[in-house]
Design a protein around this ligand. Structure first.
Ligand code: HEC
Length: 106
């Protein structure tokens, strides 16, 4: 395959990867920032929460659909998973803020 085709294929692959990520880990949006401001959650906390979700929560499996976190048992699952990902309490807090606000705005 010529080099340019290879680069193009690689680029498409990256784009596909981003598409999956932005569905299961929506980027911080203006709507999310507005909700965060009302809740006194700093914009940086949302960004941190998303980064943790995308990096640390993909160490063992791919990202789960956001709907999973609507289930009544979700709080227990998150507690368990945060321990498995070895998150400190600030990171866990940021992750919870991100997941809560991302689901509210979706
Ligand atoms: C050390 C490995 C590991 C890490 C890190 C990890 N998980 Fe998991 N996760 C698992 C395993 C294994 C399962 C399968 C179910 C089980 O064993 O409880 C799972 C299952 C899940 C499920 C499905 C639970 C259900 O009952 O349907 C969700 C949601 C989930 N993980 C979210 C997360 C989140 C969010 C993070 C980041 C805080 C995370 N996971 C980090 C190993 C991990």
């Amino acid at each position: 395959m010529p080099l340019t085709r290879k680069i193009a294929a690689g680029f498409l692959f990256l784009l596909a990867g981003c598409a999956v990520d932005s569905r299961n880990a929506p980027p911080v949006s203006a709507g999310m920032l507005a909700v965060a401001a009302r809740r006194h959650v700093a914009p940086a906390t949302l960004a941190t929460g998303r980064a943790i979700y995308a990096r640390r929560c993909t160490e063992c499996h791919s990202l789960q659909p956001m709907e999973k976190f609507d289930a009544p048992k979700a709080a227990g699952v998150l507690e368990d998973m945060s321990r498995r990902a070895k998150l400190n309490s600030a990171d866990q807090r940021a992750l919870l803020d991100y997941l809560r606000i991302a689901r509210e705005v979706r």
